[in-house]
Design a protein around this ligand. Structure first.
Ligand SMILES: Cc1cc2nc3c(=O)[nH]c(=O)nc-3n(C[C@H](O)[C@H](O)[C@H](O)COP(=O)(O)O)c2cc1C
Length: 342
């Protein structure tokens, strides 16, 4: 493994744990602009609340997923093992970090063989960057999903990060065609996500015409890659560019609203700055079928599976509390009319 790759992945974890690289330190994911109408006369008992969710056409125990973080370096096995153990215990889906290293190094897939053996029934989702998808063959991409025993493939868009990263690959020409091609050539569902900068109405109009199954908005409001790559920068020019882009991005809320404006009729997932089950509940009211957490789980993932599991249980209890207090027995009862402007 190249020393540069190893150092970059470790920098990302260290800097993602620094709160100044969280956009939520300035302004939020947008959900602070909305609140639930409180139903004092809710006709439910807490134990009636049912958080099972339909995601990609399948019934899941919860609508939650671990949003892609890391893979392929010396610290990633422990982090991923902690996340997978907790996801398995709590009925979350687990989206892994970029499997880029596996494209050039077969031994990198070992990380997953051990995890798969331990958690054979865990819902695992593969991940590759759009810049790498463009330059890979269908067979190479398919192999990534086979390495994991994945039930879906996430392709991440991260143009801001690639532009500011000094060793980045900001080559995205032909991306939409590559997305459509892989969606037709691989039998698994394809999910397109951002990494904390969200999607415009124009993006949804473009993606509507492809064969992808879902979009995870991963909007502005949490982990911010302009800040993280700015924090890693060595050159003065990069630092100055990054400084101007530290608040760049479309909030998670606005990204969901952009999907609605575009009449986007594929599945929507919500992530980007989600900190609580209440944030997740608001995203579900706005049309999302699944809700993802990355930065909010990272610190606990560096500690233990038990620490991650504790966080997941709090998030689940927060979702259930939002549901009973808004008289929502089932996930499908979380609808936009339950929210009003804050
Ligand atoms: C340490 C770290 C590494 C990440 N690596 C990836 C990655 O490899 N692939 C990806 O799609 N997203 C990656 N992300 C982005 C997250 O999946 C997510 O989109 C983003 O952090 C916004 O969500 P958050 O505010 O909950 O952190 C990473 C995030 C973190 C914190």
């Amino acid at each position: 493994m190249s020393k540069e790759f190893e150092a970059r992945k470790k920098d990302h974890i260290r800097l993602a744990l620094d709160s100044s690289n969280q956009a939520s330190e300035d302004n939020g994911n947008g959900f602070e602009r909305l609140k639930f109408d409180h139903r004092a006369l809710t006709n439910l008992n807490f134990e009636d609340v049912d958080i099972r969710a339909k995601v990609l056409g399948q019934q899941k125990p919860t609508p939650f997923f671990v949003s892609s973080m890391t893979a392929g370096h010396s610290e990633s096995y422990n982090i991923n093992r902690n996340l997978c153990a907790a996801a398995h215990e709590n009925g979350w889906m687990m989206a892994v970090g970029s499997q880029r290293r596996e494209l050039t190094d077969d031994s990198a897939a070992k990380e997953w063989q051990e995890i798969r053996k331990e958690f054979p029934s865990l819902s695992l989702i593969s991940n590759i960057g759009l810049a790498q998808l463009i330059t890979s063959t269908t067979n190479q991409t398919k192999k990534l999903t086979e390495n994991l025993g994945a039930e879906a493939l996430i392709i991440h868009c991260n143009i801001l990060q690639e532009c500011i990263q000094e060793e980045g690959t900001p080559q995205f020409k032909g991306g939409l065609e590559a997305i459509d091609k892989i969606s037709k050539e691989i039998s698994l569902p394809i999910i397109i996500k951002e990494c904390g900068a969200g999607f415009s109405e124009n993006d949804f109009i473009k993606l509507q015409k492809t064969s992808v199954s879902a979009v995870d908005v991963s909007g502005y409001g949490g982990t911010h890659w302009g800040r993280i790559e700015g924090g890693r920068a060595i050159k003065e020019q990069t630092k100055q560019v990054a400084e101007a882009f530290k608040s760049w991005g479309t909030s998670t809320l606005d990204s969901l609203l952009n999907a609605e404006d575009a009449n986007f009729n594929k599945e929507l997932w919500v992530s980007g700055g989600l900190k609580t089950g209440l944030d997740a509940a608001k995203g579900i009211c706005l049309g999302a079928s699944a809700a993802g957490f990355a930065g909010a789980l990272l610190e606990s993932a560096t500690i233990s599976a038990e620490a991650v599991s504790k966080k997941m249980k709090v998030i689940e209890a927060q979702l259930k509390t939002a549901m009973i207090c808004s008289e929502s027995e089932f996930i499908k009862d979380l609808t936009i009319d339950k929210l009003s402007a804050n």
